[in-house]
Design a protein around this ligand. Structure first.
Ligand SMILES: [Ca+2]
Ligand SMILES: [Ca+2]
Length: 325
């Protein structure tokens, strides 16, 4: 019997040369459980149940009833002029999951940056992405459940030259943090901090669990693009998409933001380790989950989930959206 270690840190393919032609296999994270182990686990669970039944249950219930997040100390701001394709997020104070921060207001892209928008950047600047500079990028192989380095995979052909050309209204992928930052600078924008991303996604600290509410399927409806089934084995595609979806394929949240939960992961400007300032290729925080996120694995579409990947990563389920002051 096997199970997946859902906290395995090496979720993404690294570009370091020695891994250039290796792929990361999810099965390397599996562990074997014997019947003896199962007996120990069962006994442990029974003991835990007994201890819990003897514990101070009213306190637990009070904790459950407490809001997971709340917006306090709201500032009164006059909304600035609207910007097409962006949503104004009024500032305030975020208190959520141990995170406490004061935020100024900012604009945030209503959608993930699209292939069309990225093409305009490439054509205007002649910019070369890191995937093109390296000559390869990371693609998830559904047959082998591995992340493979695929020659020629880039923002225009995200699963490689033998795959389809990316549609103009899809979120751009196979862009590294460095690529995304260059785009943002060209567009007069910047990447959000994780706190800013969370502030926007949680509707200023109001949502508990998901950016569309507390139910994964409110009234049985899919509100984002994720993986239905047991990852990495089978995706039923019940939400209508086995891979990436064009932006705005699902309803916006209460702020008017699309696909902030699911579809493609989104780069932030936050280091995984703040002490990594001198590291030339540190891991960065990514938010929102992707079409590869299932509730048995990373559940990355949950607001407080995050993952990490090096700045120079290119992956076919990782894109970005920008903010502007
Ligand atoms: Ca899907
Ligand atoms: Ca997203």
């Amino acid at each position: 019997m096997v199970f997946l270690n859902i906290d395995h840190p090496k979720y993404h393919l690294h570009r370091i040369p020695e891994l250039r032609k290796e792929s990361f296999n999810y099965f390397t994270t599996m562990q074997t459980i014997t019947f003896a182990d199962l007996r120990k686990i069962t006994i442990a669970l029974l003991l835990a149940g007994i201890l819990w039944s003897c514990s101070d249950q009213p306190a637990m219930e009070a904790q459950d009833d407490a809001p997971a997040s709340q917006a306090v100390a709201e500032k009164s701001e006059v909304p600035p002029p609207p910007i097409e394709g962006m949503v104004w997020m009024q500032g305030g104070h975020l208190q959520r999951e141990g995170r406490s921060a004061d935020l100024q207001g900012f604009y945030v892209d209503a959608t993930e940056v699209t292939v069309k928008e990225f093409r305009e950047f490439i054509e205007a600047t002649g910019f070369q992405t890191e995937a093109d500079a390296y000559g390869w990028s990371g693609v998830f192989n559904r047959k082998t459940q591995t992340w493979d380095p695929v020659d020629g995979a880039n923002w225009e052909y995200p699963i490689g030259p033998d795959g389809p050309k990316a549609a103009e209204d899809e979120p751009v992928t196979q862009v590294s943090w460095n690529d995304a930052t260059a785009y943002a600078k060209w567009a007069g924008k910047r990447l959000p901090s994780e706190t800013e991303w969370l502030w926007a996604a949680s509707q200023r600290g109001e949502q508990k669990f998901l950016n569309w509410g507390d139910e994964l399927l409110p009234e049985g409806k899919f509100m984002g693009n994720w993986w239905q089934g047991i990852f990495p084995y089978e995706d039923s595609g019940d939400d209508g998409f086995l891979g990436v979806a064009p932006v705005k394929s699902f309803p916006p949240d209460a702020n008017g933001l699309y696909d902030i939960g699911g579809n493609v992961w989104e780069w932030t400007n936050d280091l995984r380790y703040p002490s990594d300032q001198a590291n030339p290729n540190p891991e960065m925080v990514i938010k929102g989950g992707s079409f590869l996120c299932a509730d048995n694995y990373c559940a990355g579409y949950e607001l407080d989930s995050h993952q990490f990947t090096p700045k120079d990563s290119g992956l076919n389920h990782l894109g970005f959206r920008c903010v502007k002051d």
